[in-house]
Design a protein around this ligand. Structure first.
Ligand SMILES: C[S@@+](CC[C@H](N)C(=O)[O-])C[C@H]1O[C@@H](n2cnc3c(N)ncnc32)[C@H](O)[C@@H]1O
Length: 302
């Protein structure tokens, strides 16, 4: 183990613990998909939501939500996930096209269906790391739909709090080739030591020309926003207490760490992209999104 004991230990699938957050993001993507002004289309998302007992009764269209866009969870928070999906879709496709990298690693992939959704260049291989139960549920749903990936897809069932390099190597990952990495909605669930290990490992396994995007929360004290509509509505409406699932240790400065290793980095608020796309959340009082940052990093070629 690279981390310490953690409340999500022991729950492996999407039925509870941190795994159920993958269903929450899938529901948000389903809602985004059905919007007339959608930023990202994911036709698989609603199938995951409807297939899992934990989420079968959740909405997959904003019209199914009584207060619609005024609902903090299915309105504003879902729009956040829709925006995040679009921005990171763009990052991944731009990175493989401009760098020539043909390896993509999705860390904490959850129910991310990008291997099936995006138009990958020929020769791409997508490694999806998550825990066994989450990947098994995902496989069952996609097999049931006879879905066909648009790139080679390699599930890697492993816990990111353990040493995960061996599992990735056994799956065929090549550290000599440039890689595009993504940690979307992941790092704040990991113990601080596991995040540091993950960032150090990404650096070690990245040939020049590699790229990484990840999401962090910079809040000094997560509990400062415990009464925010976003957290309270998520707990009340779907029984997910995000503050209970987030790791509460002080976070490492992962963007700074990568810069110190020679990567070029840029750090954005989600609101930067709301303004760019003309849709998405904007800052508000008592805002659980206030500390969220999306970090983009590139490792120079030698
Ligand atoms: C909020 S979901 C995000 C999923 C996906 N990246 C997305 O944005 O749709 C968090 C994911 O991280 C995974 N995760 C959390 N802790 C993990 C760990 N220790 N090892 C592997 N996966 C983990 C969960 O199983 C879940 O699928």
């Amino acid at each position: 183990m690279v981390g310490t004991a953690h409340p999500n230990t022991g729950v492996e699938g999407v039925e509870g613990g941190v795994g159920v957050t993958a269903l929450m993001v899938a529901a948000a993507r389903a809602i985004e998909t059905h919007r007339h002004d959608t930023l990202a289309s994911d036709v698989y998302a609603e199938h995951f939501v409807l297939a899992a007992p934990a989420s079968a009764a959740w909405p997959v269209r904003i019209q199914q939500v009584d207060d619609g866009d005024a609902n903090p969870l299915w309105g504003r928070f879902a729009r956040y996930f829709g925006l995040r999906t679009r921005v990171l879709d763009d990052f991944l496709l731009r990175s493989v096209r401009t760098s020539g990298a043909r390896q993509v690693v999705l860390l904490g992939a959850g129910l991310d269906s990008r291997a099936y959704r995006l138009d990958w260049p020929d020769g791409c291989v997508i490694f999806e790391i998550d825990r066994e139960g989450v990947l098994a549920f995902k496989r069952g749903v996609l097999d049931g739909l006879s879905a066909t990936p648009k790139a080679a897809r390699v599930p890697v069932p492993v816990d990111l709090r353990d040493g995960w390099v061996g599992a990735l190597a056994d799956a065929g990952f090549d550290p000599a080739a440039p890689t595009v990495w993504l940690a979307e909605g992941l790092l704040f669930y990991l113990p601080s030591a596991a995040e540091t290990y993950l960032i150090d490992t990404v650096d070690r396994l990245s040939a020049g020309g590699s790229a990484l995007a990840f999401e962090v929360k910079l809040d000094k004290d997560l509990m400062e926003y415990r009464d925010s509509p976003l957290y309270t509505s998520t707990t009340r409406q779907i029984g997910i207490d995000l503050l209970d699932l987030f790791d509460r240790e002080p976070r490492p400065d992962s963007a700074g760490g990568l810069a110190g290793k020679g990567w070029s980095t840029s750090v954005h608020t989600p609101f930067d992209f709301t303004r760019e796309h003309g849709r998405g959340p904007l800052p508000e009082d008592n805002d659980a999104l206030a500390g969220n940052r999306w970090v983009f990093a590139n490792k120079p070629r030698p």
